[in-house]
Write a protein that binds this ligand. Structure first.
Ligand code: MSP
Length: 475
């Protein structure tokens, strides 16, 4: 039996989840469901990154104790994923005791390997990114991502010998094209490493909130060092059977955080004597109606609001079919409504409605068991390539074939003059719908369950209502 261990980034809790966070987490859910359906042993990990200074500031802003704030926010994130029907196996919080233990254990291993030393760090730090920047990386003197002024920090820190691992990282990346995907991100990381890696500061002297260094209690571990280790904690580390899950098969991340996942993280593991994850796949960024999603512009779309209006499956379908996973894209209500009406309500919903109604009315709900003609062998490769849109197009091409066949064969006319032929036709359509539905299930789990119930019933009945009530496109 194959195992499949998939992770999402653990999210900062200074705000509630928006559509961008839902995007990566839904993608992981599709993969987890696909592998479970295939019979693989699956672990799907997501959670919250709580030891950041942002947490402290957000708690202060909310007028709450840090502990109370983190508990409330983690609950809100978890409840959002539950409302979206996401089937994570563990929701990890970096304030949990087993994570603290794993972090201290790993950092001690890195220290024992001689890869951590003390020094003075002086530089410009962005607290939103939780990272240092060099002068030449700034845009108009500000953080290139958040466009805020950076803080000048000078303090005694511990450093990690990242510079030592450049060659080994390059070799891993170049030997196996799956290590970093898609290709653009692979190239970006290779170019970055080839310019030469510098050691990085991995502790903070002037911070209270966070996990302490085991060999110097006066310092707090750099939040990214702590956060990345969540993936190993989630496999059960340091219990010796953590290798039942580790190395992770796939880290899904956004393209904003690939250097952490493709450079710092594998180097930490190599230093600690642990095998790095097999693959990192970075998704692109969603803008909203052309604008970057940000707290300040107030354009963050709440995935729950979309669910309330269109349903979970429509949200999944839209996010994963609209743009090739890995590319940037734009979230537009109009496009969502169009895709909903055309592809879900028409191509899929109507098909199910028409065929089940014809069977109920003309065949008294009974069909012959026949073999499906559908072959969707390409889905396995699409899933391996994390090419959701390819898988969905292949599925929709099959649905189109069935719809076209209905137009050609005109079963409503067969119903009047050739009931034998009608039964053959409808039995075949029903078998094909069921086969397509099996491949559809990881993507549209709620809908697929309804379709399965309809067509595998002893007596097929029309659901009596459409699976996707049409929306008013003019809205
Ligand atoms: N806490 C760190 C991750 C630590 S992982 C060890 C972090 N958190 S975050 O809350 O900022 O979430 C970042 C991730 O959310 C991105 O990498 C991406 O997966 C997802 N997205 C956030 N905004 C997004 C878009 N606008 N579009 C697509 N994905 C986005 O960084």
């Amino acid at each position: 039996m194959n195992k499949f261990y998939v992770t999402t980034p653990i999210y900062y809790i200074n705000d509630k989840p928006h559509i961008g966070h839902a995007y990566t987490t839904i993608a992981a859910d599709v993969l987890a469901r696909y592998h479970r359906q295939k019979g693989d042993k699956v672990r799907f990990l997501t959670g919250t990154d709580e030891n950041s200074r942002k947490t402290v500031e957000a708690a202060k802003e909310a007028g709450k104790e840090i502990k109370q704030y983190t508990d409330e926010m983690a609950k809100q994130w978890q409840e959002t994923w539950d409302a979206l029907g996401l089937t994570y196996d563990r929701f990890i919080r970096t304030t949990e005791p087993d994570h603290v233990k794993a972090v201290q254990d790993i950092i001690q291993r890195i220290y024992d390997a001689g890869d951590i030393y003390k020094g003075v760090y002086e530089g410009l730090y962005c607290f939103r990114c939780e990272q240092f920047y060099k002068e030449d990386e700034l845009v108009e003197g500000k953080c290139p991502i958040h466009k805020v002024k950076l803080e000048h920090i000078k303090e005694d820190n511990y450093f990690f010998k990242l510079s030592k691992y450049g060659d080994e990282l390059l070799k891993r990346i170049k030997d196996d094209p799956d290590v970093i995907r898609p290709q653009a991100r692979h190239n970006e990381v290779v170019a970055f490493i080839e310019r030469g890696l510098e050691d990085i500061s991995v502790s903070r002297a002037s911070q209270e909130w966070g996990i302490r260094l085991p060999f110097d209690q006066s310092q707090v571990i750099y939040v990214w060092f702590d956060a990345l280790i969540n993936y190993v904690t989630g496999s059960g580390y340091p219990d010796k059977d953590y290798t039942e899950w580790w190395p992770a098969d796939l880290h899904l991340v956004g393209k904003d955080i690939i250097k952490f996942h493709c450079i710092i993280w594998p180097a930490m593991l190599l230093s600690a004597g642990i095998e790095p994850a097999k693959s990192v796949f970075a998704n692109g960024f969603f803008t909203v109606d052309g604008e970057k999603i940000s707290k300040s512009s107030g354009n963050a779309i709440d995935p729950i609001a979309i669910r309330d209006e269109y349903g979970n499956d429509a949200l999944r379908y839209y996010l994963l079919s609209e743009i090739p996973y890995g590319n940037d894209g734009d979230f537009s209500h109009e496009r969502l409504a169009i895709r909903y009406d055309t592809n879900l309500a028409n191509n899929l919903g109507n098909l199910v409605q028409r065929i089940s109604t014809l069977i109920e009315r003309n065949l008294d709900g009974e069909i012959d068991q026949v073999k499906s003609r559908v072959k969707l062998d390409q889905i396995e490769k699409a899933i391996h390539d994390v090419a959701f849109h390819t898988a969905l197009s292949a599925i929709w091409a099959e649905l189109s074939k069935l719809n076209e066949e209905i137009e050609q064969q005109k079963p409503w006319e067969l119903a009047k003059n050739d009931s034998e032929k009608l039964k053959v036709f409808l039995s075949q359509q029903a078998a094909d719908i069921l086969e397509i539905n099996r491949e559809l299930k990881p993507f549209l789990p709620e809908t697929a369950e309804k379709i399965q119930a309809i067509f595998s019933a002893e007596k097929i009945e029309s659901p009596g209502h459409t699976l996707f009530p049409r929306k008013d496109l003019a809205k």
